[in-house]
Design a protein. Sequence first.
Length: 582
Amino acid sequence: MSSRHGSGVAAAAACQGFRKPRPSPGPRQILRGYRHIFRDPEPEQRFGNGRAPEEVIRLLGVLNKRLENFDEVPEDVSEFENPNIPSGYTYVLQLIAHDCVRTSTPFWAVPDALPISRNTRLARLQLDTLYGEGPSACPHAYAPDDAEDTSRTRLGIGRMRAAPDRPADGGFFRDIPRAGVIRAGNGPAKPNPADPLIADPRNEDNALVAQVTTLFCMLHNVIVDMLSGLNGRDARAIEKRFVCARAATTMIYRHILCHDVLRRILDCDVREAYEAKVLAADDPSMLLHREDGQEDGFVSVPLEFSHGAFRFAHSMVRPLYRTNGSTRVPVTSALMATSARRPAAMPLGEAWILRWSNFFELPEVEGSKPNFSLRVGPRYTKGMFNTTLFPSPFTEDDTGAGERRHGVAFLDLLSAERAGLWSVNALYEEARIRMTKRGWPDVFAKSGMATPEARRDAVKKFLLRERPLSDVPCEEDIKALSEDPPLPFYVQLEAELDGKGERLGPLGSILVGEVIYDALMEHRLPGEDHGQPLGEKLGALLRQFRQPPEVLSDAARVCDMAALVSFVHRNRVPEEGEPKFL
C-alpha cells in the first residue's frame, strides 16, 4: 500500500471494514413527526446495511475529506455560478426547509438517544416558521397596532444599526426585531438588543436568511394595510384582518414556491410529470408515495427529504456576497452575524442590509447583476468547513489520516446515517415500481445514472479525481462508497452530472417533489386552486371575508421572488438614503 493511502496494520484494517449486521432503528416508530418517503425500508434496503455504524461513520469521514478538498471554490466563482438561480433563492430554500421541519435535537448530536429528537413542525408550507401559533401564543413576534397595544396583527420589524455618522435613532426598519437583554459580565449592566423576536429563531441562523425573513414580514404588513375594510377595533374585525392577511401572504408564498422555486430546482421531466399527473388532474393519489387505497398524504415529513435530498442547498452557498454595494463580504461573516454568535454587534448594520437587486433579477434596476448561487454539486465553499462554526461532533480526536469529521457536509452525512435512510439503489427500484403503477413516464430515461453500474462508476470517478491536497481513498473504501453512497452526497452528484449543476437530477427531484406537491395539494388554503392564476385565488379568499377582489389586485401580480420584492417596495413607505432597497 502506498504512503498516500496510509501505512501499517491500522490503515489496512480500517479499509477492511466491519461486517456486523447494522441494526434497524425503525425511525417511523421512534421519531415523531418523521417517516420514510415510501414506506419503512427493509434492513437490506437501508443505507449502510451490513456494516457497523462505526465503520459507516469512518467512511463518511473519508468522503467528507474528498468533499472538502475537491475543487475548492476560489474567490472568483464565475465558472461555478448557476445562471438559473440567483443567490437569494439559497436563503429562500432555507426558509422553506424551516417551514417543513423543526427538529428538536439535531440527529448528529444524539447518537444513542435518537428517540428524543422529533419534528415539531405540525403543518408544512403554512408559514408557521414566520407566524408561529399567532399573536396570542407568540406575541413577541408581532408589533402593536396602536400606542395602547390593544391588538397585534402586524409582524415585527426592527431598526437596523445606524451608521457612526448618523443619529442613534437614524436606522431604517430593515432588520428583524430584537429584544434588549442584560448579559452577565463584569461591567455595568447594559441591555443589548440581541435576542431575535421572531417565531422561529433558526430564521436568524445567518444574516442573509434573517433578511429574507424580514422581507416576508414586510409582505405580510403591506397586505394588512391593504385590508382597509377590516380595520375595525372590535376583536372580531381584528381577528379577521390577521387571518385574511396571513392566508393571503401564505398563498403568495405557495404560489411562488410552485411557479418559481420548483421550476428552478426540479428536473424538467419530473416537474412536468407532477404538474400533469397531480396538479392539472387535481389528483393527489397520483403521487408516488401513496399506497393503494390510501387517502391521506404525509402526516409526517419523510427523512429522505429532510435529511437527504433537501440538504442540496448547502452546496449553493457562495464564498463571497455583494450585499448592498460593490464590496464583497465573506459568507463566514454572514454566519457570524447573529444574536447567538455576536450579540454585541446586533442589530444588523448596513453591511448586512440587503440591496435586493444583488440577490434577485429585478428588471426595473438597470444594469444590475445579482450574485448567482453556486451550481449544485459535491463541493462546498471553504467557509462551510469552518471548524469554529461547524466543529466535529465527536469529543475525542479519533479521526484517521484519511478522514475529516467537521463541517456542514459531514454533519449532513452523519445525520443521514443516524436517520436510517433508504439506500440510493433501493430508492431507484421502488420509484420505478411506483411510476409504472401510477402510469408515469420514465423520468429516469434520460439520466446518465439510471443503472446501478452507472451510479457506481460515477461515484468511483468522483472519488478518484485528483486534487493536490487530497488523498485518494483505498480500494475497499472506494468500493463501499460507490456501491452504497450516502443520499445527501448522491443527490448533489446526480445534480452535477444530470442537471449540469443548474437543478436537481431526477431522483433528487422526486424526493423533493413528493413532499412539496403533497403539502400543496393536501393542505390547501381557503379558495386555493392550483389550476388558477394567483389573482383568482386571492379573489376567492377575499370573497370569504366579504372583501372586494380588487383590494389585492396589485398583489396578484406577484409571480416570483423578484415580483415580491417589487411589490413590497411599491407599497411600503419609501425610505431615502442608503442602503437602497432595490
